[in-house]
Design a protein around this ligand. Structure first.
Ligand code: FHN
Length: 576
């Protein structure tokens, strides 16, 4: 092990000595480094590997979960899974066509799985023969072809890399089914495979704009440091996400599948979502998001100052499902006319609106608000700002003007005529001065002083945008398996009181959480209710609030006594 670590540290020293760390020479700031990324707003995620051969089915049975997890879900031995490589021959793959489709969709960057959890390299790995050149009849380096084509067509290019899970390597994590594997340490895995492959990906494929780590696992600090430093040493301007490990926030926060309900506090963040249900190609996955949903997601993320990384899943022939192509082209058709309302925009200056989304551009002291109207039939829309004078016109036809009127609720824009776009019609609101937002009345007490929390408004301190989340089918907080994840609500109190707090929980095992409010903590034992849908009321306890103001109630699993529970209907009732 010591020998391995000395290799890593030597590598880092060489890279630094070799002047690889251009960042120091260039002194580029984080703002400069992130500028293209925030301006881009929209990228293509690609999950492609030999898992596209079984396409979600093993021994004739559909396997649960996303297709790229089939080796795990199907408990497929390494030797048997490797046979899929012999069948991987995507002869219809055309990098030029692929990159052209991303451009047509309006996507400015591309992130593709160089190696997923199955351990198969979609590039000509020098340290792992289980790769697309040496182990398949295809024999071509897909990553090289895409990297070169992205450079030609002006699309930023990056790699996804699963740095800890590797179900085909004795030191990789996650394979607990293949008993013939002689285990080695995960540190050995990083030094023998992950670090050399990351080094190769960042050395031999041109300018790499993004490195997208995934599913961090506990590893020694030295090896994780070696992975981190090799990226910044070889590609100083590279942008990395927050999934290398808990101590590595990276450049942006990652949300996965579920849009944040309110603007994240992180300066840079990205939502990644599959265009259908599965990240990797599943032959039975017809659950494609509608064009409206995709346009909403793009506008919603942009309105909160975030990026949208939309995933597609190439088949084992190297093509996309026709519906996926259709979705990308439809989004591209909208972007062709309206991309000004997405690219280089900033977050909305005001709170969410019910008729659509707002993005903003400030140039030369002027402010333009882009009103993404999804509900044209409403006839008029209100922008929650105090500004009195503004000019409103259609983005796609500046001569089409709209009347505006200032009022208590904000600036009303009178809509007229048919919706210019069948889904998202954009009005440009040019303000004479800086936007003066009307803050929404904070959520709080009803006329009886009761605070009845809306379960869907729960917020989460969770692992990299995963884990605990709102479950719409049960209208509860669910998937709360990790004892480090917390659930909270923020609210306002106008009428101080002593409050009696109750909630409803459901679970199949006894559990325990602590509830914190206004400096007071109550620890609550939660009895199993027998089913995750069978909710029982639990008494949390009494909390005193003496002053009006904004507060936060936090639910924290008790470490060691935590079993997953579903939570809903938290209520604070003033004690008479
Ligand atoms: O386990 C992976 C999954 O297969 C997929 O790659 C997603 C994409 O963000 N990341 C992990 C799940 O969070």
């Amino acid at each position: 092990m010591k020998k391995l670590l000395s290799i890593a540290s030597m590598l880092i020293v060489l890279l630094n000595l070799g002047g690889f760390n251009k960042a120091k020479a260039q002194q580029i700031s984080d703002e400069e480094r992130m500028e293209w990324w925030t301006d881009a707003r929209f990228g293509m995620f690609i999950h492609w590997g030999i898992y596209s051969v079984p396409a979600g089915f093993y021994k004739g049975e559909p396997q649960k979960n996303s297709a790229e997890w089939i080796m795990n879900r199907g408990q497929i031995p390494v030797a048997e899974y490797a046979k899929f490589a012999e069948l991987f021959n995507p002869t219809l793959f055309d990098a030029k066509e692929f990159v052209g489709l991303a451009k047509e969709a309006g996507m400015k960057y591309m992130v593709i799985t160089a190696k997923h959890h199955d351990g198969f390299a979609m590039f000509h790995s020098k340290c792992n023969p289980f790769n697309v050149v040496d182990a398949t009849p295809f024999g071509r380096d897909v990553m090289k072809e895409l990297a070169d084509e992205c450079a030609k067509q002006g699309i930023k290019f990056g790699f996804y890399y699963s740095q800890a899970q590797d179900w085909s390597h004795p030191g990789g994590m996650g394979n607990n089914w293949d008993k013939i594997m002689q285990r080695v340490s995960s540190d050995a895995y990083v030094m023998e495979k992950a670090l050399p492959e990351v080094n190769q990906l960042l050395s031999d494929y041109g300018d790499i704009a993004i490195f997208w780590w995934d599913t961090p696992r506990a590893m020694t600090k030295e090896v994780v440091d070696s992975l981190y430093h090799v990226t910044t040493a070889l590609q100083p301007a590279i942008i990395t996400n927050d999934r290398l490990g808990d101590d590595y926030p990276g450049d942006h926060k990652t949300y996965e599948r579920h849009m944040p309900k309110k603007k994240p506090e992180d300066k840079y963040w990205e939502l990644c979502q599959p265009v259908s249900s599965s990240w990797g190609y599943r032959s039975d996955d017809q659950n494609f998001q509608s064009v409206e949903a995709l346009l909403r997601n793009l506008a919603d993320a942009s309105s909160m100052g975030g990026n949208y990384l939309l995933n597609v899943s190439p088949t084992c022939l190297g093509t996309l499902a026709p519906t996926a192509v259709e979705r990308l082209k439809a989004v591209g058709a909208w972007m062709k006319k309206n991309s000004e309302a997405i690219y280089e925009t900033q977050a909305s200056p005001c709170s969410r609106v019910d008729w659509g989304y707002i993005t903003m551009k400030k140039t030369d002291g002027n402010t333009k608000l882009y009103l993404h109207v999804f509900d044209w039939e409403a006839g008029k829309i209100t922008v929650p700002i105090r500004n009195k004078s503004a000019k409103a016109s259609l983005l796609t036809n500046g001569s089409k003007k709209f009347k505006t009127k200032a009022g208590e609720e904000g600036l009303t824009v009178q809509l007229s005529g048919d919706a210019p776009d069948e889904i998202n019609s954009v009005i440009v609101l040019e303000l004479a001065d800086a936007p003066d937002a009307i803050e929404p009345k904070p959520f709080g007490q009803d006329e009886n002083g009761v605070v009845a929390f809306i379960t869907e408004s729960a917020e989460f301190e969770n692992m990299h945008g995963l884990g605990v989340k709102y479950n719409s089918s049960k209208d509860c907080v669910g998937s709360w398996t990790n004892e480090h994840e917390r659930v909270y609500w923020t609210f306002a109190i106008e009428k101080p009181a002593t409050f009696h707090v109750t909630a409803k929980t459901a679970g199949v095992a006894d559990s325990e959480f602590a509830v914190e409010l206004n400096g007071q903590t109550k620890t609550v034992k939660l009895n199993a209710t027998g089913d995750y849908g069978d909710f029982k009321t639990v008494e949390i306890g009494k909390f005193e609030i003496k002053e009006p103001g904004n507060y936060k109630i936090i639910f924290k699993p008790v470490q060691g006594n935590w079993q997953p529970v579903n939570l809903k209907d938290v209520v604070m009732t003033p004690v008479k």
